[in-house]
Each structure stands twice: as structure tokens, then as C-alpha cells.
Design a protein around this ligand. Structure first.
Ligand SMILES: [Zn+2]
Length: 290
């Protein structure tokens, strides 16, 4: 666990520096010598698969100081029935593989869920996709983009990932995801969730204009799949009436997935009503759904 926390802190350092308003062109010395602040894991919802690689380090993108990023919340209409919490489980399939621990529980327990897939994940996981398509009563498939690039139309670095950086690149990320879904036999998506779940307000407006609602969340279940099994189970099984949980279904080797699978059973045992985003009224902030 210590290694994961350390890795995560390293992973998060670039965005923390960027958030402090450091601009490489203006204050290169200060930026280079600033100690890296540690950002809590709870602010890292959508970054499974962002572990640093051994590739040569690229120059970080310049950040416009006026770029304000938001991480929208989303909730579903409450059941308002005691002992019958309504919860939407949402899973990101960023890239990598399919987590059978989670997928098999969803199927065997007949738990509906909303899965956000990228074109990259679809390409490498035809078997898991077939399981999802064979259970249309369980799985709503929605758009997580083409290449898992944050849908921010200005050049910024988020958790060390370079954003799309322009409106055209945002359009390509969103449209490329949808095109791959249609080519894989998936119905046209209505919801979009970008890599890292962060946006700027102009990219939100652009994606909305493309016909999508934008899927925030209210419970960060697995901290970008980097949390341990026990804390992940606790976070997700504590979901309340109206919550939208985000976690990952693409990291079969991470401990978090074990906690996700257990939490699904915990919630079911508590009488939870599981809903998909398409089946209920939802409300997001930052103009993501209205
Ligand atoms: Zn993702």
C-alpha cells in the first residue's frame, strides 16, 4: 500500500504544481524547485492506467493561468424509501483489461451498471464487450472517449496526462469514442465522461452541444483504482440514496477491484436499488445535465 500511495503522490505532483498557478515560461526556477504537494487520493477518480512509464520525459504543457478546471458532481433521483437506497454504479473502462472479479459479480447477481468505455479498451476486450452486449438489461454502455485524453480544450496537465488542448482535439476525443462504440455494435451513447473526470467550462459547453450529458459522480469509490480493497469496499458500500459511484473495471491486478466486488454484494444485501443513468432522472452541476 505504501508503494501505491507513493506512486500516486508522484503521479499527482504535476497537477498540484499546475494548480498552484506555476507557469513554466514565467517562473521556471520556482516551478522546478517547488516541493511537490501531496494531493489526497480522493481527488483522483478517473486515472486508472496513468502510472508513469519509462518513456523519456516530455516537456509539460504550458498552462494558461485562466484555465479553471471543474470536476462535476452527479446524483440520481432518490428513492426516498427507507432501507431502499437508490445507487448508480458507474465504471470506467479506460484502457487495459477487463476486471472479471467485478464483471462476474454484476452478471451473476444481476446488478445493472453504467460502463464508460474508450475506443482503446474496446479494441482489446472483445470478450468482455460480448458479455456486456449479451446482457442489455444490465449494462448501459457510454462514451469515455477515444484515447483517454482529458477533454479540456486548453493545454494543461492533469495527474500527469496532457489534455486534449484545443476544441478540435476535444471534438476528436468525444467523436472518436462514439464512432468506435457504434462500430462495435453498441447503441449510440448519450453520456460522456472524460479521462480524469475534469473539464473546463468551455469544453463542457462544447460536449453538451454535441448532444451529450456529462457524467460526474458523487462517490469516488476506488481512487482511480489505486486504493486498497478494504477502503474501496468501505467507500462504495457507504453509498447513500441518490449517489453515483465511480470506480474502475479495467484493472484486474489492482487490489481495489476486490473491494469493488465485495461492496456490490454489501449494497445488495442492504436492499439497494441499482439503477443505470439512462433509467432515472439525474442532476449534475456545472451545467453538465440541464
Ligand atoms: Zn478513465
Amino acid at each position: 500500500m505504501k508503494n501505491l500511495v507513493l506512486a500516486s503522490a508522484l503521479l499527482l505532483a504535476p497537477v498540484a504544481t499546475a494548480a498552484a498557478g506555476q507557469t513554466a515560461t514565467i517562473q521556471p526556477v520556482v516551478a522546478a524547485t517547488m516541493p511537490a504537494p501531496v494531493v489526497p487520493l480522493s481527488s483522483n477518480p478517473g486515472t486508472a492506467n496513468t502510472a508513469p512509464k519509462a518513456a523519456p520525459r516530455q516537456t509539460p504543457p504550458k498552462q494558461t493561468s485562466s484555465t479553471k478546471l471543474v470536476e462535476p458532481h452527479l446524483r440520481v433521483a432518490r428513492s426516498e424509501i427507507k432501507g431502499h437506497a437508490r445507487v448508480a454504479l458507474t465504471f470506467d473502462a479506460c484502457m487495459g483489461k477487463a476486471d472479471e472479479r467485478i464483471l462476474s459479480v454484476l452478471v451473476s447477481e444481476r446488478i445493472p451498471a453504467t460502463i464508460f468505455v474508450t475506443a482503446r479498451w474496446l479494441k482489446h476486450n472483445p470478450q468482455a464487450l460480448q458479455v456486456m452486449l449479451a446482457n442489455p438489461d444490465l449494462f448501459e454502455l457510454e462514451n469515455h472517449g477515444q484515447n483517454h485524453i482529458p477533454a479540456v480544450d486548453k493545454p494543461v496537465s492533469i495527474y500527469g496526462i496532457a489534455s486534449a488542448g484545443s476544441p478540435e482535439a476535444v471534438r476528436l476525443e468525444v467523436q472518436g469514442g462514439a464512432d468506435a462504440m457504434l462500430a462495435s455494435g453498441i447503441p449510440a451513447p448519450r453520456w460522456f465522461r472524460g479521462s480524469t473526470a475534469k473539464y473546463d467550462l468551455s469544453s463542457i459547453a462544447q460536449i453538451r452541444a454535441m448532444g451529450y450529458r456529462i457524467a460526474g459522480y458523487s462517490v469516488n469509490g476506488d481512487g482511480g483504482s489505486l486504493l486498497g480493497a478494504a477502503i474501496t469496499e468501505k467507500r462504495i458500500s457507504s453509498a447513500k440514496d441518490g449517489d453515483v459511484v465511480i470506480s474502475h473495471i479495467n484493472q484486474p491486478t489492482h487490489a481495489a477491484g476486490e473491494g469493488v466486488a465485495k461492496a456490490i454484494l454489501d449494497l445488495k444485501a442492504k436492499g439497494t436499488e441499482f439503477v443505470r443513468l439512462q433509467d432515472v432522472e439525474d442532476r449534475g452541476d456545472d451545467d453538465t445535465t440541464e
